[in-house]
Ligand binder design. Sequence first.
Ligand code: GLP
Length: 259
Amino acid sequence: METFLSIRLTEMLQRRYRRRVPDVRVARPDECAADASRVIMDHLGSTDPVIGLATGRSTTALHRHLLSSHRAGRTDLGRATWVMLDEFVGIAPTDPRSFRNQLCRDFVTAFDAAATSLVGPDLGLVDPSAICTAFRSVASGLTPGVQVLGIGRNGHVGFNEPGSAADSGTRLVDLSASTLADLDPAEWPVHDRPARAVTRGIADIAAARTIVLLAFGTSKAGAIAAALNGPATADCPASLLRDHADLRVFVDRDAASLL
Ligand code: GLP
């Protein structure tokens, strides 16, 4: 039923907009995560695989699927170089809320105890410009075969906030009011919130051979509709990826409800 829905949805969008549209799969979140994990596992079979990782609730089930396949011997996560998409700046390297620490805790150290395969911003450099320059330099030679993305309610991908240009690269950004408002207040009390972040740019993301975009829940429905059906505009940075040659969108019915 869900597969039928996905095919119908892709065909419907294609007819309505008379152009190639991304592959949209509508299914339960866990099915989406399983399918997305297969895209990554396929890429893990290639030479020197590079995979771009996102952080956030949308990706936790994907990480779980990948880890269980690794433990069952169906894939070897240790073969890849894993590249972070973004990171807050202005927080300590030991801060458990950093994206690096979240990714290590939930995913990477389960197959790579020292997390040497995880490339990302080095918060130990402290100065935001130095963090950004070092990340840009280390990530420049690492174009992901698969880039995983979540999406913000305002259409951001990574920390490419509204206003981000299609040719933007790795850079320091100011977090938008809506992104700050979406931070969990239990984790990020108002007096203790980062104002800035470093992110790979839209052009870096678009360079990936395959992009996997995951979104679940009604709170993402507006962003998904704007990304796939609205104009391709910096106002909704995810829309700038819509014409990518291999964009695969995995959404549940709630996130697909405005398509
Ligand atoms: C943050 C991150 C994004 C992430 C997004 C969605 O803003 N910078 O990389 O994709 O949130 O997160 P979630 O999946 O928790 O909704």
